[in-house]
Design a protein around this ligand. Structure first.
Ligand code: UGA
Length: 346
């Protein structure tokens, strides 16, 4: 298969591309604004990369799609800090620019694997019911709570892709990632006041390495299921290899057994850090109001638990428990600190 991957040099893209490229049955072409994470992931191995922006209806997107059998679109802004600080850029890329890729797939009748987000489910209001792709309501806060602009943009694109399936016969799978962590996730951040502040794992990792407090937003009560990237990649592989079963499906990818509160995550990461870096200073865990950390437009998804029966039905289940997921992810960051900062900056 000829596979074209847009947004290939992010966290998920670089790990998925590396996995797919080892399979000689596939020809994988990688596209993104730059290739730093790909270079880190592939080390000295060869890969096919072309610098490309999908913005402004770039006609090159159409040519690439026409030449491919499967199109994977990972292009996205995914950091909540950015949803609050650059909401219009978030909508531009996550909805309008990605629509260029969708329309090219419709035009050339190509299969699309599109990355939606678990964030579209919105608030769980404390419910312990797992999110089910075809049943759960998508519940967002008011317009003034800008945090939801990303969820809303992604949801509209999900609905448009579904409609293209119904009206134009588009073959697609929409995947919803649930808090993947692992090598090359986001990056270290020395200064946490920036608008592209990384997600919680990378934020806590940065706090540990730079000896500054781990900040628990609103007491760290929210809950997430952290999923190791190798499990995520094997799920994506199972989806790619099951085109009929997964056609016109929305599919959660996550590990429901790995649910934790953010406070417990902070404590777990401190314990692992003591083991990984004996003798290193260990910063405190402190509480911070969300309005201070993110701004007034923030509201949280209180709980995000995936139902993964669709993946279980095609033979996939996650392998990495929470402890191993966090340990492996942290070990990579600790052992590659200098290399990551030299390549990706802070
Ligand atoms: C983000 C994106 O919005 C989703 O699109 C994406 O699917 C998801 O990450 C993901 O990784 O799959 P979220 O889980 O809210 O969603 O993002 P994080 O920044 O990782 O925050 C998780 C929780 O930790 C939130 O409750 C947040 O308030 C809290 N947090 C974050 C802290 O307590 N301290 C921090 O330093 C950062």
């Amino acid at each position: 298969m000829k596979i074209a991957m847009f947004g290939a040099s992010g966290f998920v893209g670089s790990n998925l591309a590396h996995h797919l490229s080892r399979d000689t049955a596939h020809e994988v072409r990688l596209f993104d604004l730059e290739e730093r994470k790909l270079a880190l992931r592939f080390e000295n191995a060869a890969y096919s990369f072309e610098p490309l922006s999908i913005a402004d209806g770039n006609p090159r997107v159409d040519e690439i799609v026409a030449e491919s059998d499967l199109v994977v679109d990972l292009a996205a802004h995914v950091h909540p800090a950015m949803f609050l600080n650059r909401p219009l850029d978030v909508v531009q890329l996550n909805l309008f620019d990605c629509l260029t890729v969708v329309r090219a797939c419709v035009r050339h009748r190509k299969r699309l694997l599109h990355f939606s987000t678990s964030e579209v489910y919105g608030k769980a209001h404390g419910s312990a019911e797992p999110f089910r792709e075809d049943h759960t309501d998508l519940v967002l806060g008011p317009v003034g709570k800008t945090r939801w602009i990303y969820s809303c943009a992604k949801q509209l694109l999900d609905r448009m892709i579904h409609a293209h399936g119904e009206e134009h016969g588009l073959d697609y799978t929409l995947v919803r990632p649930f808090n993947f962590v692992g090598p090359l996730m986001d990056k270290f951040s020395r200064d946490w006041s920036r608008d592209d502040n990384p997600r919680v794992f990378a934020n806590f990792m940065s706090s540990l390495v730079y000896d500054r407090p781990l900040q628990l937003v609103d007491g760290g009560r929210s809950r997430r299921c952290f999923t190791y990237i190798d499990d995520a990649v094997s799920a994506l592989r199972a989806i790619i290899d099951a085109p009929e079963a997964m056609n016109r499906q929305v599919v959660n990818i996550g590990n429901p057994a790995n649910e934790t509160s953010i406070r417990d995550l902070a404590e777990l990461m401190v314990r692992h850090y003591r083991r990984l870096c004996p003798g290193a200073p260990v910063p405190a865990i402190v509480d911070v109001p969300s309005a201070t950390f993110y701004g007034e437009g923030y509201e949280d998804c209180d709980r995000r638990l995936p139902d993964i029966s669709k993946l279980r039905a095609i033979g996939w289940s996650p392998r990495f428990g929470l402890d191993e997921t966090i340990h492996r992810s942290m070990a990579y960051f600790v052992h590659n600190h200098a290399r990551l900062v030299a390549s990706l900056g802070e």
